[in-house]
Design a protein around this ligand. Structure first.
Ligand code: 6R9
Length: 652
């Protein structure tokens, strides 16, 4: 198992403060009662919850799910709604002048506040532009934008007309973008001249141009001018998005869509092959995102809520855009990075905008913790009342620092475990209900039925450790892998019959609390970003000098896990420092900077079983410098290979 927090201090408990159990949306008694109902009388529970959305046609069929052949997941299937109406129009009556989005630019002197009224107008105009471009319900639009409000406008404009969006993280390379455009069959790409991060430009338009040189799909490009950099516009293919929005009508009549209308595709890495297009649909996803946002963050009127994720990841989808806006919240969107222009930037932004709820990733907390307490202490942070963590296991040391220094021992921390596939948070404390233990994601959310099983699928009771599965569906669950339902079934429903397999390992303690120990498959989690080892391996072997490669994660103080590559060179090619550098740059170019290898070790050959399978378990141990307990090595075809690799590993 990888990435497990080094220390799991079981005795350490932070009780729910009295004021929280009194004033929050949900105390322990509420949680226990509602949780029980959500499992025992699930239809009644979800029928009631569904009323928090605005439906054009209220659903009468609540849940229609099979986790065994043929796997099929449907929620609220006869209901009809429009997602953008739920996130925008329905708030106009009471909160048209309330700020919906606070945009904080990379430049600390620049920000923008967009009210719900303005958001409505922008979404309508952009939806009309999409229609003018021929986009229809069911079509796919790729969004390749920096962290600017236009990203939210674009997502909601697609939702308004029933088109799916596929947001591609701005840090992905042209090749990765091209793969995603082709797989989704995108008819249009929305991008900007450039993004700005830490004072540097990210050339998005140039990347999109490069991507379109190799796609089969030939979509048009809508380009926002954000950074003011010069771009080449291809006549007849590229259009200035701001100009078109200015000409478009400020009203777009919303249409009601079925609850199971696809809302978006989001590509995520798995243990094999290329990233898969995780498909989420409308009614169930929106209900689950908004409900978890409300309960987990105890969102109440007047809160200023900030999630530091990028909209290119699922956290940005559910907890910057859909969840908060469906709840009529004020959501902050930050373009920059935590260390620019100073390492106090996060805390300065909190003071500037009086942020009360702050949600970030352990990797950022660890990096900031390394800088000491002073950069935090010199800011006030008095507006904060709740902190959140997501993306990877948080080590107790980082948890305690977050609690003590950032939150001044005043703010509960919600450690939220979930996945791109789950659409929203599944295991988490509720701040008014759940006593906290540093490093534990604690207890399941309403409607979530987790279990721990051994390698044969036998359920393990009580205090135990094993593979984490979810026994029944929840409304935010992904519906399929876009274009490949068989892969969906294989990946998630074939390992343990009749249950959703998360790919994570977990421990359960004597209070029934879950402690996520990390991935049990060939996915690694680098700074909270998911990467498939197979993707990096195929990038490496695409280089002419490489004959074979095996990639594993290894413990990394800041990133959680780092990328360790064992590379076997082609016959006649000698290992060299220049080649090592070239391979690092090559992988960055093929996938993107988040996939930059940390260590490349030359491997004359790789340890394999007699049937030719690479023994990754052993490679992980060697990468982690754990040479003493390699486990069972009796199936190795050539034991000497392992000795060679260990000898080499000891040299650096
Ligand atoms: C939301 C998101 C999912 C994987 C997941 C797990 C890890 C996420 C975690 C956590 C421990 C937490 N993960 N949150 N592990 N504690 N609070 O991150 O989605 O990018 O799909 O990654 O991240 O391993 O399986 P995604």
């Amino acid at each position: 198992m990888q990435g497990a927090p080094k220390e799991m201090v079981m005795g350490e408990v932070y009780k729910v403060p009295t004021a929280w159990s009194r004033d929050s949306l949900c105390n322990l008694a509420d949680y226990q009662r509602l949780y029980r109902q959500s499992l025992e009388d699930s239809d009644t529970f979800w029928r009631e919850q569904a009323k928090t959305l605005k439906w054009d046609k209220l659903p009468t069929r609540i849940k229609n799910v099979s986790f065994v052949d043929p796997v099929s997941i449907k929620w609220f299937e006869d209901g009809e709604l429009n997602v953008s109406v739920n996130c925008v129009d329905r708030h106009l009556k009471d909160r048209a002048d309330q700020v919906a989005i606070i945009w904080e630019s990379d430049d600390p002197g620049v920000d923008r506040k967009i009210t719900y009224r303005e958001l409505h107008e922008k979404v309508c105009r952009l939806a009309n532009v999409l229609k003018d471009q021929g986009i229809k319900a069911g079509d796919c639009v790729t969004i390749y934008l920096p962290m600017i409000p236009e990203a939210a406008y674009a997502m909601l404009a697609c939702a308004r007309i029933g088109a799916m969006h596929s947001v591609v993280f701005g840090g992905f390379s042209p090749d990765s973008l091209a793969d995603r455009i082709d797989d989704s069959g995108a008819k249009l790409v929305i991008t900007a001249d450039a993004g700005v991060r830490g004072g540097k430009h990210v050339p998005l338009k140039a990347n999109a141009d490069a991507a379109l040189k190799r796609t089969t799909q030939q979509p048009r490009l809508l380009v926002f001018n954000h950074a003011g950099t010069a771009v080449e516009m291809v006549s007849g293919r590229d259009f200035d998005a701001t100009d078109l929005m200015a000409e478009a009508s400020p009203f777009c009549e919303p249409v009601a869509f079925n609850a199971e209308q696809p809302l978006f595709i989001l590509y995520t890495s798995g243990s094999t092959g290329k990233p898969k297009g995780v498909l989420h649909t409308s009614g169930g996803y929106l209900l689950y995102a908004s409900m978890t946002h409300r309960y987990v963050f105890d969102y109440q009127d007047g809160d200023i809520y900030w999630c530091t994720a990028d909209v290119g990841w699922v956290t940005g989808h559910s907890y910057i855009v859909y969840g908060p806006l469906a709840n009529g919240a004020t959501t902050l969107m930050f373009e920059g990075i935590p260390s620019y222009p100073t390492i106090s930037r996060f805390w300065e932004v909190i003071d500037k905008h009086k942020v009360s709820i702050f949600y970030t990733a352990p990797t950022a907390i660890r990096a900031l913790m390394q800088q000491g307490d002073d950069p935090v202490r010199r800011t006030s942070r008095q507006s904060l009342r709740l902190l959140g963590s997501v993306g990877e296991p948080i080590n107790p040391e980082a948890w305690r620092w977050y609690y003590r220094v950032v939150g001044d021992e005043r703010c509960p921390i919600v450690d939220t475990w979930w996945q791109t596939e789950t659409g929203g948070i599944l295991i988490t404390p509720l701040p008014g209900a759940t006593d906290l233990k540093p490093g534990s994601a604690t207890l399941p959310f309403f409607g979530v039925d987790p279990a721990i099983v051994d390698g044969e699928g036998r359920e393990l009771a009580g205090v135990t450790e094993g593979n984490l599965i979810i026994r029944d569906s929840w409304p935010g669950q992904m519906r399929t892998v876009f274009g490949d339902h068989e892969r969906f079934v294989q990946t998630y429903f074939s390992t343990f019959k009749g249950a959703y397999f998360t790919g994570d390992g977990a421990r359960r303690d004597e209070d029934g609390y879950y402690w996520i120990t990390g991935r049990v498959d060939d996915v690694i989690n680098v700074s909270g970003h998911r990467l498939g080892t197979a993707e990096i391996e195929s990038a490496l072997v695409a280089h002419e000098a490489v004959s074979e490669a095996a990639v594993v994660g290894f413990p990394h103080d800041l990133k959680g896990q780092g990328i360790f590559c064992y590379v076997t060179l082609q016959k006649g090619i000698e290992p060299a420092e220049a080649l090592r550098k070239e391979l690092v740059a090559w992988v960055r170019r093929e996938i993107g900077p988040i996939a930059t290898p940390d260590i490349i070790q030359w491997a004359p050959s790789l340890p394999k079983t007699r049937s030719g399978k690479i023994m990754r378990r052993i490679l992980r141990k060697i990468a982690a410098n754990e040479f003493d307990n390699l486990g069972d090595v009796t199936t190795l075809a050539e034991p000497a290979v392992v000795e060679e690799l260990i000898t080499e590993r000891r040299t650096f």
